[in-house]
Design a protein. Sequence first.
Length: 367
Amino acid sequence: MKKFLYGITTLVVVCGTTCHVYAAPLKLNLSINMQEWFGVVKHERDSGQKFNTLSVSTDNEIHFKAKTFLDNGIEAETFLRLNVYDGRREIRSVGIDEEWVSLGGAFGKVYAGAKDSINKSLHHEPVDYGIGYDDVSVWVLRPVTGPWGRMPLMNGQARTSLEQLSSTQPMVGYISPKFAGLQLGLTYVPNLGTLGTNSRSGTSATHHWDVTLAYTRDFQGFSVGLDSGFAHQDARNRLAVRNDLNAWNVGFKIGYAGFTLGASFIETQRPGPHADDSYTWNAGLGYTNGPWGVSYTYYQERRRGAHTIDSRHEMFRAHLVSGKYALGAGVTLKTSVFHGRFSVYNRDIDHLNTWGYGLVSGLDVNF
């Protein structure tokens, strides 16, 4: 697959550099998304912990996109995203979150730059018209002690796309044209988190690749989407039980007459002890009619954990009911009611188990 991606990229580059190709000047498009949330949350009273009842969260992004068509029919596009706040308890200055260039045509589309896994673009999940199922844990805090937080996957924010394994990494990617509703997506990252070359003798992950096959079709008022993907990374950890990472995911979504039913799943086998293996799944139903919509989503994330009675079967579960109403062009009022729970096998240990429920409402503005 690595040779295939390099071959496609080289073919497009050679064509672009050896042929006499002209294009109109790039036209720059600017878009801004601002999400401002206010929440009221009730936590379980765990021993030794105190929680705020009221809270504010924000998630703001600025997108720059430019594209043009060359005289040979190839579409050239560039994209850059600035992330001001990410809404996940991090207050930080403006930073580049994603930047890439692409060339597209009858052969498909080739990407190069810092971009999420192509699997994210082809993956199907349940709809949510509120804060998002993976943001419930922003409001329901994890226990401050115990096994939580040792792995980034076990924090209640794991998505079911392969994005969580390759997010805004220096990569090359490819999306094929559609054939009878089928589409192929490929991603290759030589060195995760590193520009240029990297040592293969240490513990850094190298050679991430993933492949995705997706199917979408509309017929007789129905819209159907299915996908499945597989990812692999070389971990190069000589002390680990396993020296690589493998993951696979599936997703589906079907829509009819304003209703949308969806579900998705990912399983990950990480380097090291089997305690780090995990899976995540979700399912939900949504309905829209004109300016308003409602949805329900169930989400579960589970980590195998150590083989002790206290910490095995680490789990986060969330129920999320959301609604939206379009106040005007680009301005939407959204509200979510949720319940989230962190737990382990031994439910009697208070500081390893906690829950919370709350109401969060805010504006989602796009212009």
